[in-house]
Write a protein of this length. Structure first.
Length: 295
């Protein structure tokens, strides 16, 4: 059928994107001069004391959802939770590092088709010693309690990137949902006005007249939400905003049902995390990518 050549062409296009990303990462690793090398290895000192307290609670024997909710600001009808994540000092250092990279002559891949300004953190070299331990050691105990139905206890891969909004560049982000089971969105700064996030329905439960919840994005703090929650960002009025986004994925969930098309995924071999469709810790299982998922 005519569909098969289209699928084959899309598979080839995605493989080329992956290869291009690997090439960029190698060049950056060999040539880029880091301004703040320390930010590439996660340390407890980067994390807000209140965040560490939340993690301690979630890893305690008697941890439960109601107990966790005492530590967070929640928007219960949308299952959105606000919590402190980083210190001011770390946010400043990370933004300076990202600006240094942006001003360099290094090759740059952009996060996705909706964000024209930003950095893929795996290409920058921040996956192994920063994002992966952040997901495994600190975030997963929290998501296990908040999102057990979405594989919150077994989020085994991610895609992490930083997006930048400023005047005369990307001002806002239209309504969308993420290729993730759970998303963390942290405001890193700098100084900006307006630009609140808004959240609508969960994509699988649309209502005739959707209700929207507007949420202020506070520097150093993060929002945890379901990847399938329809959301967007209102325009900033002044300044510049950097957001750290971590799309967290559970192969146990998405191998049964593609989150982008609601069908059993057809898997092909891929490099890297392969959009999270296969557990990467099992060396005997090929890493795979789903044909339906958005890049």
């Amino acid at each position: 059928s005519a569909v098969c050549p289209q699928i084959e062409a899309e598979v080839q296009r995605r493989k080329e994107l992956v290869h291009q990303s690997v090439e960029r990462k190698a060049i950056i690793s060999a040539r880029y001069r880091r301004k703040h090398p320390e930010v590439y290895v996660l340390q407890d000192s980067f994390l807000a004391p209140d965040f560490l307290e939340i993690v301690r609670y979630c890893t305690s024997p008697d941890a439960n959802l109601q107990g966790l909710l005492r530590y967070t600001e929640s928007f219960p009808d949308k299952r959105i939770y606000r919590l402190p994540v980083f210190t001011e000092e770390f946010c400043r250092a990370l933004v300076e590092e990202l600006e240094n990279f942006e001003q360099s002559d290094m090759p740059k891949g952009r996060p996705n088709s909706m964000n024209n300004y930003g950095v893929l953190l795996n290409e920058l070299g921040m996956d192994e010693h920063f994002i992966t331990p952040l997901r495994e050691k600190y975030l997963r105990p929290i998501t296990a309690l908040l999102y057990p139905d979405l594989g919150g206890a077994c989020l085994d891969s991610h895609k992490a990137f930083v997006v930048r909004y400023s005047l005369h560049e990307d001002l806002d982000l239209s309504s969308h949902y993420d290729n993730a089971e759970v998303t963390l969105n942290v405001s890193l700064g700098k100084d900006f006005t307006e630009g609140n996030l808004y959240f609508g329905d969960f994509r699988q439960d649309p209502t005739p007249v959707p209700s929207y919840t507007e949420v202020e994005h506070v520097r150093t703090q993060g929002l945890l939400h379901r990847g399938g929650q329809i959301h967007g960002a209102l325009p900033i009025a002044s300044g510049e905003r950097w957001n750290l986004i971590v799309w967290m994925r559970s192969s146990a969930v998405r191998n049964q049902l593609c989150p982008m098309c609601d069908r059993k995924p057809e898997l092909v071999e891929a490099e890297g995390f392969g959009d999270g469709f296969t557990e990467t810790s099992d060396e005997d299982e090929p890493e795979t990518v789903d044909l339906c998922s958005l890049w």
